[in-house]
Ligand binder design. Structure first.
Ligand code: NAD
Length: 468
């Protein structure tokens, strides 16, 4: 199912890297070699960009309805092969089949949602100060889109960008994470069975080698990136120098607040799922659990017990595991904090407490199964602590009080707020993104994604020239 060598996919054809270099992709659950993938360099990326540039005008000439119908066919094709897709994802990320299937279905749903836009793609009409003039705003494709994504939920990550990008009439070059070449190859091939050649190209490789030329190319009109704030900052600088459209969806240090009037069983359950599902490798993961003093000890005991028995997957790489272990050095660990004694990159679900709010551990995203507990006196202190973060992606509060919930909703600095639930990601029809260093103001998914992948064009129509 997974080929030994994963080549690039350019203009609908499998293309080996020009330099003949391949990098190793290992299974996170065992450390065994899964496949090798094209270690692309600038020449490979340029070939993919050129293919997209050749394809873009012909593709943009299709009607939105026609492009929507093709995206619907893509979603149906993915649904028909959901088991196969999920098996690839499970092998290359180490997550369970249950999670991988759920993610595949989420990618399919994104396809259906985007496809429906073919029958909408609404513009606007407006007034003019001048008589005899009709003014309308229409959405137009941008051109060539460079799509760079993270490894954590690979299929939704591709679907969230590639489906709206091509639906809106752009041609794209997808640079998947070096940790997930096999799922990207599967997704790319599936799409290329239905899309004209060159509309969606896939180049594999390491970030600085294959991602950099995509960001720097003057032929790439839009760079849409999902990944760490560190990489995003560089992409914004580089794309900004050539005034490209740059859309960034970045990290989080998300907080879940447990008030003293919360349903504690539910709060513990949601906190465990928010902190540890997908081994904490979710941009929406709750890594800070902020608990009111009167229920702190009770919550701590139950949460620690839950963490001890929580079954989660490995983290994505040895480097990631070592980075997290180094960050935990000197921390007051309640549970976990150590590597599991088995092959692969397994970290025990970890609970930490007594970390000062201004400590590096409190503000750095670890992207692993680590949650820090904080004790607070009241809602005021909780909100101040939650907002004392460079990030602002998701947040949650558990309380029986509508008043407390609404105050939190009003005052929390985050792109997503959940009352009495987990620090969720999103659904296909909901715009998703964060504030502060979690993003640059764009929202992906939802109809908001149309703002990412189209430009507005204002059209002035004067029906009777004699009257101007
Ligand atoms: P990362 O920044 O290391 O890599 C992301 C992608 O960028 C990869 O494809 C990588 O190869 C590429 N890349 C790396 N250096 C590059 C460079 N110099 N130029 C161009 N491309 C480069 O992030 P990661 O470890 O893959 O993912 C984890 C991060 O992603 C976390 O911060 C997480 O919160 C974030 N994330 C955010 C969202 C969101 O929607 N906000 C969703 C998922 C993940």
């Amino acid at each position: 199912m997974i080929p030994a060598e994963v080549p690039n996919l350019i203009e609908g054809r499998a293309v080996p890297p020009k330099g003949g270099e391949w990098f190793e992709k290992r299974r996170p659950d065992s450390g065994e070699l899964l496949c090798t993938a094209a270690r692309s360099r600038e020449a490979d990326v340029s070939a993919a960009i050129a293919a997209a540039a050749r394809a873009r005008r012909g593709w943009a000439a299709h009607t939105p309805v026609g492009r929507g119908e093709i995206v619907r066919e893509l979603a149906l094709a993915l649904r028909a092969r959901r088991e196969e897709a999920a098996e690839i994802v499970a092998a290359e990320t180490g997550k369970s089949m249950e999670l991988a299937l759920g993610e595949t279905d989420a990618a399919v749903e994104m396809g259906f949602f985007v496809a429906g836009e073919g029958r909408r793609l609404y513009g606007r009409t407006t007034t003019s100060a001048m008589p005899n003039r009709t003014v309308m705003a229409t959405r137009r494709p941008i051109g060539v889109a460079g799509l760079i994504v993270s490894f954590n939920t690979p299929l939704p990550n591709y679907a969230w960008k590639a489906f709206p990008a091509v639906f809106c009439g752009n041609a794209a070059v997808l640079k998947p994470s070096e940790h997930t070449p096999a799922s990207a190859a599967f997704f790319g091939e599936l799409c290329n069975e239905l899309l004209p050649p060159g509309v969606l190209n896939v180049v594999h490789g390491l970030g600085p080698e294959a991602g950099t030329p995509l960001v720097e190319s003057g032929e790439v009109d839009l760079v849409s990136f999902t990944g760490s704030a560190e990489t995003g900052r560089w992409i914004a600088e580089s794309g900004g120098r050539r005034l490209a459209k740059v859309v960034l969806e970045l990290g989080g240090k998300n907080a879940l607040v447990v008030c003293d009037d919360a349903d504690l069983d539910r709060a513990v359950e949601w906190s465990l799922a928010s902190a540890f599902s997908n081994a904490g490798q979710r941009c929406a993961a709750a890594s800070r659990i902020v608990v009111f003093d009167p229920v702190y000890d009770d919550f701590r005991e139950r949460f620690a017990a839950g963490a001890r028995s929580y079954e989660t997957g490995p983290v994505i790489s040895e480097a990631s595991l070592q980075r997290i272990l180094a960050a935990l050095d000197g921390a007051n660990v309640v549970v976990g904090g150590e590597r599991l004694d088995r092959p692969g990159w397994w970290l025990a679900p970890t609970v930490v407490e007594d970390a000062p709010a201004d400590a590096e551990l409190s503000s750095t995203e670890l992207f692993g199964p680590v949650a820090i507990l904080y004790r607070v006196r009241d809602l005021e202190e909780a909100i101040a602590l939650v907002n004392d973060s460079p990030y602002g992606l998701t947040s949650a509060i558990h309380t029986a009080s509508l008043h407390r919930a609404m105050r939190f909703v009003d005052e929390v600095e985050a792109g997503v707020v959940v009352v009495n639930g987990g620090t969720h990601g999103s659904e296909p029809h909901m715009g998703f993104g964060g504030v502060k260093q979690s993003g640059t103001g764009w929202r992906e998914a939802g109809i908001e994604a149309l703002d990412v992948y189209t430009e507005w064009k204002y059209v002035n129509l004067i029906a009777d020239p004699a009257k101007t």
